[in-house]
Design a protein around this ligand. Structure first.
Ligand SMILES: *Cc1c(COP(=O)(O)O)cnc(C)c1O
Length: 359
């Protein structure tokens, strides 16, 4: 095998090597049952235990209250952009969105097909370099829910705290389980697993019970939260392997002290990198202070040519996936839970050397 690189990709992204090894072994033989985890029936006791344990670990790690369901759905986080309004608002009803980047825009586009959408705030004019505070916008009183993206994966901004709303909906695809939070302040939290939780194929939806049965009568079966909630996410064949990898990652997280311990590590990791960026004029952070993401650190060099060279030379020393999203260019280091601190030290060292050569 070739040497394992430091993988800064935004998603799919790096996973703990212990998780990868266990998942690989389980593909061939799972739990001494004479077959692999890809082959067992989703209704077998072996797989039911996987799904139950995975859900229990998420509940424990995030402190999910009893009046919330945890669902394992397919279609990616992107399907939730439509499922949320389809289930929560009837025709002519209003929903409020905070436009803080590409993923929020995509959600707004879907919601507009279904609901009367109020965009209460947008940071588009400044290239989405910040998120709003509660004083920056107002939510109409007759709005069914307030929707935000807790971490803006592409722009590298993150809500340091959350507004209050009776039905707060959050896309946490790129920062779920990276910091402690009070689930009871949310109506729905959803996240594709492939960034901070596991592998592509499963989307976790945490939904308060009173929101499950709001959908109009004519909403087709598969798009109703109730369908999946009533059947423990086993209405149809669930993404078994993705749920298994999610469970293994949850176990890994728990063994490392849980979300609070992860948050402390994430804060340290991000601080080291932001310090390196702030130390010189050669590197410039994209996100404003107060909005900086702990998960995706975005920065620029003096010219696009230098950026291209930086990305290429970094890759040559096994610092891979550091190219920024095509919509903003520059560089982005995605440093999720499973990204090791050692990789940050290596990047910071590389940055200093690169500046010396080209600065
Ligand atoms: C990646 C991402 C998505 C899209 O996730 P898919 O599972 O690919 O649909 C949505 N929201 C955020 C914040 C993301 O980072």
């Amino acid at each position: 095998m070739s040497e394992r690189v430091f993988n800064f990709n935004p998603g799919p992204s790096t996973l703990p090597v212990e998780v990868l090894k266990q998942a690989a072994a389980d593909v061939v033989e799972f739990n001494h049952c004479g077959m692999g985890v890809l082959e067992v029936s989703h209704r077998s006791p072996e797989f039911m235990a996987v799904a139950e344990n995975t859900e229990a670990l998420i509940r424990e790690l995030m402190g999910v209250p009893d009046d919330y369901k945890v669902l394992f759905l397919q279609g990616g986080a992107s399907s939730q952009f439509a499922m949320v309004p389809l289930n929560l608002v009837g025709p002519g009803k209003k929903a409020t969105y905070l436009n803080t980047g590409t993923w929020a825009k995509k959600a707004i586009k879907e919601a507009k097909m279904i609901a009367d959408v109020q965009v209460a705030y947008s940071s588009e004019e400044t290239s989405f370099d910040h998120v709003p505070t509660v004083n920056d916008y107002q939510v109409d009183g007759d709005s069914e829910y307030l929707y935000l993206v807790s971490n803006n994966t592409i722009y590298g901004t993150q809500f340091p705290e959350f507004p209050g709303h009776p039905t707060l909906v959050a896309d946490m695809s790129s920062d779920i389980l990276s910091r402690t939070l009070d689930v009871s302040r949310f109506g729905i939290i959803f996240a594709g697993a492939q960034k901070n939780m596991g592998t592509a194929g499963v989307t976790v939806v945490i939904i308060r019970n009173d929101l499950i049965n709001r959908a109009p009568e004519n909403l087709p079966t598969m798009f109703r939260y109730k369908t999946h909630a009533d059947k423990g996410s086993m209405f149809n064949t669930p993404p078994c392997f993705s749920i298994h990898v999610l469970g293994l990652t949850m176990r890994w997280l728990k063994e490392r002290g849980g979300v609070a311990a992860m948050e402390a590590t994430n804060r340290k990791k991000a601080a080291v990198l932001y310090q390196a960026i702030d130390a010189t004029d050669f590197y410039r952070g994209h996100a404003r202070n107060g909005s900086r993401s702990l998960m995706n650190v975005t920065f620029n060099l003096p010219t696009p040519e230098l950026e291209a060279r930086f990305i290429k030379e970094a890759a040559a020393v096994n610092l891979k996936g550091i190219k920024g999203h095509r919509s903003i260019g520059g560089c982005r280091a995605s440093i999720y839970n499973a990204f090791p601190g050692e990789g940050i030290d290596r990047l910071v060292e590389f940055m200093a050397g690169f500046e010396k050569k080209h600065g």
